[in-house]
Design a protein around this ligand. Sequence first.
Ligand code: NA7
Length: 544
Amino acid sequence: VGVVNIEELDALVIGSGFGGVYQLKKLRDEGYKVKLVESGTGYGGIWHWSRYPGARVDSHAPHYQFSDPELWKEWHWKQRFPDHNELRAYFEFVADKWDLGKDTYFETHVTSAKWDEEEHKWIITASNGKIFRATYFLPHCGIAASRTMPNWKGLGSFKGMLVHSSYWPHEQPVLKGKKIAVVGTGSTGVQLSHAVSKEAGELVVFQRTPAMPLQMRQVNYDDDEESKPKEELEQFFKDREDGYWGFDFGFLGKGTFEDDEATRKASYEALWKAGDFTFWLGTYTDMLFNDAANYEAYKFWREKTRARIQDPRLQELLAPEKQPYPFGCKRVPLEQGYFEMFNKPNVDLVDVNSTPIVEVTEKGIRTTEKELEFDIIILATGFDAVTGGLTSIDIRGIDGVSLKEKFQERGPTTYCGISAAGFPNMFFINGPQSPNAFCNGPTCAELQGNWIADVMNHNRDAGISAIVADDESEKQWGELTETIAYASLLPKAKSWYMGDNIPGKPRRSQMYLGGVPGYYEKLKSCAAEGYKGFHFQGPKGLKA
Ligand code: NA7
């Protein structure tokens, strides 16, 4: 009879991205026995996996880092938009400074987590045989933990290299002179295809929906050059928390048509020149809420973009005359020459709407028009975003209810985007119905991570062994997130923001769009009112 070793913990954290790493440090500082588990072999969350050419964060320095002075006083960013190598180096630096290694298990992929109603503990099992019993279960899996692969016929028959962007090999494959296909034109596809085009012999991009990327104003910093003077950083991190999107900037504070045409044009030009996300998230307040306002922005983007593309066929495919969906209602990628890339003779675009992909063959991809031969096929086809990390684990709450089934039936249903009714002592960072993709990652990791630590402290002080969100509170939170989403134009686009990219996924906003400060106010007032919307139980006898 084998002996099963169960590790007893106050909390088990999943994920070595910003959320998990912050949570481990925070809870350890508060005196908890806590461990972090991670499927990968290193820190960084998505940055451990996303190593494709051109992979870099779209949040500019100094935003994308922790606010702990012990870190930023020493750390120097080399790029305004750090690439995956620099981001992994940052995570290694953090792990060293915060001494995370002693409490981390890598290559530990959690497969199930079950709530034990008798003991008020979670029993958490990993595929390598490790079992944990923890009072709190904190799956901070991130929004891009579960890849999506197309279900094309013949996918396994291709004799060349076929790879999903987030499974990029650690050892860079040779791209020089190769015939390469990139499928997908989201943030990943845009970065990836441009980087690959510099080496490829031939590149074909397969597009289903045109992206509406903006220009990344990349800067390389010298050793003595900072994105912002260190003496301003303390204030900067406070401002970051107060920004609508978790950045230190927000909307312009006026509507599109409050300005006359000339002023509006000048204003768009200034936003364009500033680059990055400003034309999206720092623009007129009504841009994401009003069709006419949105169309003004689209027209400006379209004309600027068309001017960069020589071939009229490609102009129409990449920046169509008729607006295909509201600007900014699919994730806006940042690019550094994506459109000029299509002017090269060895780069082409296949519109899979007019010539759909029929199958993958031994040699390449067959569309309804012809077979195209490739050495490498790269799938930049995205993720079961936001919920996929959670639903890929068999999580069972009170009475064995499955979180996956709950989300499958009703779409993401949470209370305050941080907990789910029926799942006691389980909290998540950047989870469904929180600002997640509309919050700079580290900003929300800290806000939510602190709040989770506070609730645990509260329970520890009060002798409470279990806390669970009420069904009614969860219902109200769902209504609020939907009301805000439908006040915006986001539901008018088909995107993973609404769960559209996964067949059968209920169409519901995956995020809370009311802004980071408003979200944090909700969390704080919930706590101030004695964790309103949750109910508590003493050491035993929790009832749903
Ligand atoms: P996205 O944003 O989901 O983009 C996936 C892209 O792949 C998108 O252009 C899709 O077209 C396309 N796609 C997906 N399936 C297919 C098939 N079967 N055929 C053709 N094209 C397809 O994922 P990313 O990795 O770019 O970005 C994910 C997030 O990570 C990003 O937003 C950041 O927050 C970080 P569609 O638009 O659905 O028509």
